[in-house]
Design a protein around this ligand. Structure first.
Ligand code: GLA
Length: 396
């Protein structure tokens, strides 16, 4: 199905269904960009969004593939008598902002939800789905994150104590916005945010989801990043071009994550074929954080066109080995020291035969940039929460 979708023309004379089908040609690799929430939370303003767009260009992140500039919650104002929503005073000119972002060769993302209120208590799209979709399209929005939040209350009210009926309502609410987006004829990435409920990975593509959150919210600390990582094992079969598991936006450069933790977080999100949506203050990041976010070799793993998400191959104590199949028969291998002991370097031996590999393997270490040869039972010493990420072009 997906192979033929890219060929669907986007002419506006088509029926809405066919025009919408063209939309699935977006997100053929995991979306990359920036989202306001993880750093700015409720405080985000138009100025912050413009500064992020400027920084994407000036830092080289755009050239590395970061294209979407996504405004999260708290941009919404009031509806007028006809139900048409305005942005609030923090965003005085949404169309102008979209034009600004587009003028830089970037794309604009926005946020809403199926309930009457968003998670932060701003206007949601309940009862105004088509109106809102049309509004986004008129502004030139390219990406919508649609967050369940207060729709949970509607589900509970309409189907009290009936979980299956509540889940059906939830799926229908996501399908409704999908239909509204499709009817606009504009290609808009559709990002589902309902925290992984009801095995969303099984049904999200059927409601047009290009990506879907698999868990509750990420936080800028290692325990939360790692807890989310652990919940991704087993979901690999649901990811592929146009439809991705979303373990949430990046916290690289936020909170108290150390350099090794930032590196491991970024590496593992790339292994997971996760959307790479930076969540830090791009206008004021350290060179080290920028270096991590723009490691082209690691980004190439994330963006590999096969779109196959990594599998956890095995764990040995507190060290985990993940593998990801890449185009042209290449293989990415990540060895992560998830150990809790800050001082243990976990001398570890990589068992290549457990990865189906035989004999020495020529590889590139994607963080040092060095060419290396891995042998069976290779001793690997990794600092606390650090990672070895290699690409083996011709695994044997
Ligand atoms: C939820 C989402 C977050 C963010 C906030 C905004 O918690 O999961 O990613 O969008 O809402 O209120």
């Amino acid at each position: 199905m997906l192979a033929s979708v890219a060929a669907v023309p986007q002419a506006s004379s088509q029926a809405p269904e066919a025009r919408g089908a063209a939309r699935t040609a977006v997100a053929q690799t995991p979306p990359m960009g920036w989202n306001s929430w993880n750093y700015f939370h409720r405080n985000v303003t138009e100025q912050d969004v413009k500064a992020a767009a400027d920084a994407l260009v000036s830092t080289g992140m755009k050239d590395a593939g970061y294209i979407y500039v996504n405004i999260d919650d708290t941009w919404q104002g009031e509806r007028n008598a006809d139900g048409v929503l305005s942005a609030n005073s923090k965003f005085p000119d949404m169309k102008g902002l979209a034009d600004y972002v587009h003028s830089k060769g970037l794309k604009l993302g926005i946020y809403s939800g199926p309930g009457p209120k968003t998670c932060a208590g701003y206007a949601g799209s309940y009862g105004h789905e088509q109106q809102d979709a049309d509004l986004y399209a008129s502004w030139g929005v390219d990406y919508l994150k649609y967050d369940l939040c207060s729709y949970i209350g509607i589900m509970q009210k309409q189907a009290p104590n009936d979980k299956p009926a509540q889940m059906r309502m939830m799926v229908a609410a996501y399908a409704k916005m999908d239909k509204a987006l499709k009817a606009t004829g504009r290609p808009i990435v559709y990002s589902l945010c309902q925290y992984g409920w009801d095995a969303v990975w099984e049904w999200a593509p059927s409601v047009g989801g290009n990506l879907w959150r698999t868990t509750g919210d990420i936080q800028p600390n290692w325990d939360r990043v790692y807890a989310i990582l652990e919940q991704q094992a087993g979901l690999e079969k649901y990811a592929g071009p146009g439809h991705w598991n979303d373990p949430d936006m990046l916290e690289v450069g936020n909170g108290k994550l150390t350099e090794a933790e930032n590196r491991s977080h970024f590496s593992m999100w790339a292994m997971l074929a996760a959307p790479l949506l930076a969540g830090n203050d791009l206008a004021h990041m350290s060179p080290e954080v920028l270096r991590i976010l723009t490691n082209r070799d690691v980004i190439a793993i994330d963006q590999d066109r096969l779109g196959r998400q990594a599998t956890r191959a095995y764990a040995d104590g507190e060290v985990e080995v993940w593998t990801r199949h890449l185009e042209h028969g290449a293989l990415a291998v990540a060895v992560l020291n998830a150990g809790s002991d800050r001082y243990a370097t976990h001398p570890f031996r990589l068992n290549l035969s457990r990865l189906g590999l035989h004999g020495p393997q020529k590889a590139k270490d994607l963080w040092s940039g060095r060419e290396v040869t891995l042998t069976n039972n290779e001793p690997i010493e990794l600092a606390h929460h650090d990672i070895l990420l290699v690409r083996i072009p011709q695994p044997k």
